[in-house]
Design a binder for this molecule. Structure first.
Ligand code: HEM
Length: 403
């Protein structure tokens, strides 16, 4: 197990890791885990400012997309979709689907002698999430390709007015955003809606139809689930596999643990390597946060940058070796084993149980094939999720594992 002082692979040397609380004009950076949780739990005095939420025109939607909506309407949306993501529901309804998808993809990879894990993880997470959401009328691989094109966006800086983009970059962003949405709508979402209008299923799209969502509103929710759910899980699976394949003690502990033990271990990996590196909130009404006994004022209009990568390694909360991998590390009551990697408060990720179970079902099967790393993944950074991407992660299987 890697209890080394710094086991983190997704390092970003250009990003400062202190101080714990910092103000630069209207931008406040929070690197203390408890203070960050406090901001995320201020559901009445803050609003969503991440994922370019504030640049998305709201009047266009009859129902606000869940990720960028706030207040009582958002709470209701959450309660209603919660039933699709409850841990028991996910385990009962989707375990066999996950196992089937993982087996099929790994069987094919084994016949080929190896795989590009980032592709395999993408197809896998898209297939599983598509089932929960109800995007089952189109083929998985082309849909996955359509989903990843959303990320092909010009760079932006969320702390700057107009996101720091030039007019040309905004025009590019509109084209790069709208064309994939239109394609995704026509090929994936519309056929799924039509099928469910005829025959409702137990999935998110059927629920949205019953709630009176328009086709455009449903398409936007599907983009949210597609990007928030599928693409993030893909990165996490690759990151977890990278650690498990290079750290023999960690891998032994993982394969010899029962499922709760494995999920704890995966939570520790995602604590150390959060896929979404920053969350953002706009302060609507002044309030104070507290860190190490001192108060720090937040003013209406402030943009709060919650630095998840630093908060998750806050020694005041996670204890010794904050950048080491120590599954089952003691944490104060109420602190999630994954830190803030799945958020907290009103927008906390409903997909956490699904993502962890899904990753586990694939990783257990992958490790049983004893893969070897042919090429380590290239680390990249994405502005939209303020997090890492891993590409070119090639594995091969020993001859006896091939068919
Ligand atoms: C490793 C995989 C995943 C990671 C790291 C992740 C991370 C996150 C984070 C950090 C948030 C909170 C955003 C904020 O507070 O601003 C979030 C929200 C969300 N996630 Fe996940 N997520 C993952 C998987 C999933 C899956 C599998 C689904 C569903 C299929 C999902 C659906 C959502 C939705 C709908 C929201 C918006 C919730 C809201 O705003 O109320 N996520 N996710």
């Amino acid at each position: 197990m890697d209890a080394a002082p710094d086991a983190r692979k997704a390092k970003r040397p250009t990003e400062p890791d202190g101080p714990r609380l910092e103000r630069q004009g209207k931008v406040v950076r929070v690197r203390s885990l408890q203070a960050a949780r406090q901001v995320l739990r201020e559901r009445k005095r803050t609003t969503q400012a991440g994922f370019t939420a504030e640049a998305i025109p709201q009047g266009f939607f009859k129902h606000h997309p869940i990720l960028i909506s706030d207040g009582p309407i958002h709470d209701q949306q959450r309660t209603k979709v919660g039933r699709f993501f409850a841990p028991k529901v996910v385990a009962e309804r989707y375990t066999s689907l996950m196992e089937k998808c993982a087996d099929a993809l790994l069987d094919a990879a084994r016949s080929d002698g190896g795989c590009l894990l980032d592709d395999l993880a993408l197809f896998y997470s898209v297939e599983v999430t598509a089932e929960v959401v109800g995007l089952t009328q189109s083929q998985v691989r082309p849909m996955a390709r359509r989903l990843v094109t959303f990320f092909n966006q010009p760079p932006f800086d969320i702390t700057r007015p107009d996101l720091g983009r030039t007019r040309r970059q905004w025009a590019q962003a509109a084209v790069n955003g709208l064309v994939p949405v239109a394609r995704f709508y026509l090929r994936d979402v519309r056929p799924a809606i039509r099928a469910r209008r005829r025959q409702p299923q137990q999935d998110v799209i059927s629920h949205l139809i019953a709630e009176g969502y328009s086709d455009a509103d449903i398409a936007v929710e599907c983009v949210t689930y597609g990007t928030a759910g599928m693409v993030t899980t893909r990165e996490f699976i690759c990151m977890a596999a990278w650690h498990l394949l290079q750290d023999h003690a960690l891998r032994d502990r993982y394969v010899s643990s029962d499922q709760p033990g494995r999920l704890d271990l995966l939570s520790e990996i995602i604590r150390l390597e959060p896929v979404v590196g920053h969350l953002y909130r706009r302060v609507q009404e002044s309030f104070a946060i507290e860190d190490e006994g001192r108060e720090f004022g937040l003013e209406a209009g402030d943009l709060v940058d919650l630095c998840v990568r630093d908060a998750n390694a806050d020694p005041e909360v996670v204890g010794d070796r904050p950048l080491g991998l120590c599954p089952g590390r003691p944490l104060p009551a109420g602190v999630n084993a994954a830190g803030l990697s799945f958020g907290d408060g009103a927008h906390k990720c409903p997909g956490q149980p699904l993502a962890l179970l899904e990753a586990d079902a694939l990783l257990v099967r992958l490790l049983a094939l004893d893969p070897q790393i042919v090429s380590e993944p290239r680390l990249g950074w994405d502005d939209l999720i303020a997090g890492y991407s891993l590409r070119g992660f090639r594995l091969r299987f020993p001859t006896q594992a091939r068919r």
